[in-house]
Ligand binder design. Sequence first.
Ligand SMILES: Nc1nc2c(ncn2[C@@H]2O[C@H](COP(=O)(O)OP(=O)(O)OP(=O)(O)O)[C@@H](O)[C@H]2O)c(=O)[nH]1
Ligand SMILES: [Mg+2]
Length: 421
Amino acid sequence: MGARETLFYDHVKIFVSGGKGGDGLASFRREKYIPRGGPWGGDGGRGGHVILHASSQLATLADFRYRRHYRAEKGGSGGTKNRTGRCGGDLVVRVPVGTLVRSADTGEVLADLVGDGHSVIVARGGRGGRGNIHFATPTNRAPAMAERGEPGAGLTLELELKLLADAGLVGMPNAGKSTLLSRLSAARPKVGDYPFTTLEPSLGVVRVEEGVGFVLADLPGLVEGAHAGAGLGHEFLRHIERTRLLVHVVDVGGLDPLADAALVEQEMALYGHGLASRPVLMAANKVDLPGAAENLVRLKERYPDREIFPVSGLTGEGLAELARGIARATKTAPAPVLETAPVQYRFEPRFTVDREGEGFRVRGREVEKHLAMTDLDNEEAVARFQRIMRIMGVEEALHEAGAGEGAPVFIGDSEFSFFDS
Ligand SMILES: Nc1nc2c(ncn2[C@@H]2O[C@H](COP(=O)(O)OP(=O)(O)OP(=O)(O)O)[C@@H](O)[C@H]2O)c(=O)[nH]1
Ligand SMILES: [Mg+2]
C-alpha cells in the first residue's frame, strides 16, 4: 500500500453546458432538368453531453480551481440528401471518488459519486434541429423552414468532496492529531504548537502488518459550538460523516482533559448526521508529560466503556497498539450509510405567464427552447412556433391572464404581439 498525502480543496463551483444541437438544413434537390425538387435538408446532430466520471486516480478537486467552464461540443448541421449532422462529442470530466454534486442554484443534490467509475450526465446536449424534409405537408410540399438546434442545458454545479477514510482523528485543537497521523503514516501534515494548525483535512495510509491497514484522516480541531458552525468545526465535521470510526484524541498532558473530552463528545453528539452512533476509540495522547498518568486514570473512570489507548506522539509509546486497535475496530465497524441520491431534476411548471409592464412575460424551459429553435426571420418557422404555443396552451393562458389584442408578449429576448386566433 503506497502512502498518500492529501491536501483537500473540497468545495468548488463549476459551470457546465451541453453542446448545442446542430441546425437542421432547409434545402431542395437541384438536379439537371428538374427546376425545383423536393426538400431534402437533413437534421442537425445532437450536441454533446457533459458527463462527470468518478475516478480513484484523483484525490482532490484542486484542478477545478483553474478551470471552471466545461462545455461539450456542438452537433453538426444537417446536410443535403437528408443527411444527419454528426453528434457533438461528450465532454467527460473526471472527479475524485466521493464527490457530491449539487445544483448551485437550488442546493439540490444531483448525484453522489461514491464509487470508482460512477458517472452521471450533468448537462444534456441539445437535440438537433429538424431539416426541412420533415416539414413537407400535402399543402406545403416545399417548406423553406428548418429548425435550429436546441441549446444545450447549462447549469452551475457545486462539487464537494466528502472524505472517505476508515477512521478520523477528532479532538480539541493542539491535542496532537496531526502528530499522530505523521507518526502512524507517511503523511506529513503540519504540526504546530498552537491551535488550528490544521485547516484542511489530510489523509494517510497506516500499514499495520502485511496486507492489513487503513486510511486515517486528520481533521481540524473542534471548539465549543462547532456543531453550530463555530471555528472550523462545521466545515470539517462534514468530512467525518464518511468515516467508519472516530478516534478521539485527548491531550492528557493538558490542564483539564476531562473538560476537553466532554466538550468534544458533546459537539459530536450535537452535530447529528449519525455521528453519535459511530464507534469511538480514545487516544490519550502526551502521556510523556508530567501529570498525564493521573489524568489517564480519571479519563478511564469517566469513560469506563471506551477503549482507551495511552500514547505519545512524541516518544512513540503505545502507537503500535493504537494502530492495531484501529485496524481491528474498522474491520467490524459497519460502513457508514451514505445518502446516495439518484439524479433528479427539479419539477417545474411547463410555463408561467406574468404581467410585465404593459404586456405579459411567458417563461418556461420548453417555450424558450422552441423559441431558440425558431428562425424568426422565416415566416413559416414563426407560424409553426405560434402553432406550438397554441397547442401547449400558452395562448389560452395569456387570454386568461387578460391579454387583449395586440398586447406585447415577451419570451426570452423577443417581443411578440398577442393575437387571439
Ligand atoms: N509532549 C508532547 N507533545 C506533543 C505530543 N503530540 C503532539 N505534541 C505537540 O503538541 C502540539 C500540537 O500538535 P499537533 O499535532 O499540531 O496538534 P493538532 O491536534 O493537530 O492541532 P490542530 O491542528 O491545531 O487542531 C505540537 O507542538 C506537538 O509537537 C506528545 O505526545 N507529547
Ligand atoms: Mg493538526
